[in-house]
Design a protein. Structure first.
Lengths: 113, 117
């Protein structure tokens, strides 16, 4: 089974400053179709998860461009260029190399200093 | 607007059963595969089950295989999860979530299942 890890598990950020979250998978997420099935979700307090990034670096509809994803193979990063108060919550990476079976990372809690 | 509304959660004793429902609207339900994902209190997300648009393909997480059954009724725009032989560790908020080809794009607000004596 693929295991997803995230670092750090918690992050306190000053508004306007950048933030970065790392996600690593125990196996390559590069599919034979050439796509890499790595996603990022944000779960705001009291809400359902919302999709931010799919296939490593594509922003979902309506997601602000301060969010960006990068990486390949087993190592991935979510970056927020300038954190805003509305960005607080728990960020999860998720893998889908064996679609439609998914595995989530443990989550990274982001709050504002 | 895509809407997914779960219902059917509640308190059940260990070994008991519960049936969750998810009512879909705002999209052509019969064209989309669907999933159940759960989240134990204060914990992370765990994928539970998948069903294809025609119900021809179904998958389960090992943790629920043999105890849970996913189904759907495209005429009623509804997704279901029949949960039997419930255990303490099944306590969680259960979300239904739409699969847009290769990504889970929309989630419901969730329904809480509590397994306790």
């Amino acid at each position: 089974d693929i295991v997803m890890t995230q670092t750090p598990l918690s992050l306190s950020v000053t508004p306007g400053q950048p933030a970065s979250i790392s996600c690593k998978s125990s196996q390559s997420l590069l599919h034979s179709d050439g796509k890499t099935y790595l996603y990022w979700y944000l779960q705001k307090p009291g809400q359902s998860p919302q999709l931010l990034i799919y296939e490593v670096s594509s922003r979902f509809s309506g997601v602000p461009d301060r969010f960006s994803g990068s990486g390949s193979g087993t190592d991935f990063t979510l970056k927020i260029s300038r954190v805003e108060a509305e960005d607080v919550g728990v960020y999860y990476c998720m893998q889908g190399i064996h679609l439609p079976i998914f595995t989530f990372g443990p989550g990274t809690k982001v709050d504002i200093k | 607007e895509v809407q997914l509304v779960e219902s059917g959660g509640g308190l059940v004793q260990p070994g008991g059963s519960l049936r969750l429902s998810c009512a879909a609207s705002g999209f052509t339900f019969s064209s989309y595969s669907m999933n159940w994902v759960r989240q134990a209190p204060g914990k992370g997300l765990e994928w539970v089950s998948y069903i294809s648009s025609s119900s021809s393909t179904i998958y389960y997480a090992d943790s629920v295989k043999g105890r849970f059954t996913i189904s759907r009724d495209n005429a009623k725009n509804s997704l279901y999860l029949q949960m039997n032989s419930l255990r303490d560790e099944d306590t969680a908020v259960y979300y239904c979530a739409r699969l847009e080809v290769t990504l889970i794009d929309y989630w419901g607000q969730g329904t809480l299942v509590t397994v306790s004596s």
